[in-house]
Design a protein around this ligand. Structure first.
Ligand SMILES: Nc1ncnc2c1ncn2[C@@H]1O[C@H](COP(=O)(O)OP(=O)(O)OP(=O)(O)O)[C@@H](O)[C@H]1O
Ligand SMILES: [Mg+2]
Length: 381
């Protein structure tokens, strides 16, 4: 009788993920497990603060007005007496957690008022705790496509110093809408089984990050298969064999010692690390589900599938040595098509809808005037 030959392992391009596995990649789900290995962060659960409905109402309204009292690192002085305030606002539509008449309508010249006092206070707490600057995210996603909306600082993008900075980013971002949409967050099947994702605002201590030391790492079937540099520029110091080996050793060690046994999102996931200057240790920046919406950067998901299948092939006599895992990819030449991209990141997302709508039928000077007025009215809220 012929001896059966072991079957080659077969994997799908993407694993099937449960809602629980996708939820494991929320910052709130992994942050406390890995607290010593990641940057300080505060998670604000909007339903616990009683403002989830009001927050969604504000975020989804097609107005650019920011919640009242959100500007500045400190709460605004309570200089307006209740009588003055009610007189000043009685003519304006209101958006409180219960009011639904606050539609912002661009047709109305009145500025709608949105109130999120608990959220304002929580953001100010985080600012105070973290030395004056925070990096905001929702459940899984940061508003990095909206970085252009804040003035550039030497500190880096998404540098928020007031609640209004946080709101401005969230309001201008398309990326964060992924976290609010059940089907996009959980996929068609899992999404239909449960309600809308609960909304958490994550405020991380703002760190001075050197993108040259960020890597993205891929785990399939509980094997660390690939690592790629995260920022797609050519970096001289990553080129030496010694540095590459050091990075792979550091990533493998951290994954084996800390992540493999403790991460709760199943056998397939992707995580991002920030390496120390000498590449000998690392901090965790983020986890994400193993799915198409996570950018594979210098890999393609087909390549990652090949690597996985080779890694799990049954041993054969004629076996040539298998590649040592993880496979590490960097940009090896200044001429690489991805290197030194001149276009600003996420330029396709650089125009909030309101800007486009306001621009219609106006020349540049009129548009600027209308925009400045709208922003001033929003900030004055
Ligand atoms: N605490 C922080 N302080 C300053 N910058 C940060 C901080 N955390 C992350 N960053 C920077 O912002 C970038 C995006 O952050 P992060 O990976 O958390 O966003 P994301 O929305 O999850 O991105 P992706 O969609 O690629 O997973 C990081 O690559 C890093 O350069
Ligand atoms: Mg992420």
């Amino acid at each position: 009788m012929p001896i059966p030959t072991p079957q080659a392992a077969s994997f799908d391009l993407f694993p099937t993920l449960t809602r629980a596995q996708i939820d494991a990649a929320r910052t709130s789900a992994w942050h406390y497990t890995f607290e010593d290995l990641t940057f300080p962060a505060m998670v604000i659960d909007l339903s616990s603060s009683g403002e989830e409905e009001a927050f969604i109402h504000w975020l989804e309204s097609d107005s650019i007005f920011l919640p009242e009292g959100s500007e500045g690192a400190n709460p605004p002085p309570a200089s307006i007496s209740p009588i003055e305030e009610s007189a000043a606002s009685s003519s304006r539509p209101r958006a409180s957690s219960t009011a639904s008449n606050a539609s912002s309508s661009s047709s109305s010249s009145e500025a709608p008022v949105y109130r999120l006092p608990n959220l304002n206070a929580a953001i100010r707490d985080a600012l105070h705790k973290y030395g004056g600057a925070v990096f905001p995210k929702l459940n899984w996603t940061s508003p990095k496509d909206a970085a252009f909306i804040l003035p550039q600082t030497s500190s880096g993008p998404l540098h928020c110093q007031s609640p209004s900075d946080v709101y401005l980013l969230l309001k201008s971002s398309d990326f964060i809408s992924h976290d609010l949409d059940t089907e996009r967050a959980y996929g068609e099947e899992e999404g239909s089984a449960g309600g809308r994702p609960k909304i958490e605002l994550v405020l991380k201590k703002y760190e001075d990050i050197n993108p040259a030391r960020e890597v993205r790492c891929f785990v399939r079937n509980n094997a660390l298969i690939g690592v790629t540099q995260r920022d797609l520029n050519f970096y001289d110091h990553l080129q030496s064999e010694e540095t590459r080996t050091q990075i792979c050793d550091t990533v493998r060690e951290l994954w084996e010692d800390e992540i493999r046994e403790n991460y709760e999102g199943g056998p397939d996931y992707i995580f991002d690390l920030y390496l120390s200057p000498k590449m000998t240790s690392a901090k965790i920046i983020d986890f994400q589900p193993y799915r198409p919406s996570t950018d594979p950067l210098l890999f393609t998901y087909d390549e990652l599938l090949d690597i996985t299948e080779t890694a799990f092939e049954p041993p054969s006599d004629s076996e040539v040595t298998r590649p040592r895992l993880p496979i590490f990819k960097i940009i090896e030449s200044r001429a690489h098509p991805d290197a030194n991209r001149n276009a600003p990141a996420y330029q396709a997302n650089m125009m909030p809808l309101e800007m486009i709508e306001m621009g219609e039928g106006r020349n540049m000077a009129e548009f600027k005037e209308a925009w400045d007025e709208a922003v001033a009215a929003g900030m004055a809220g």
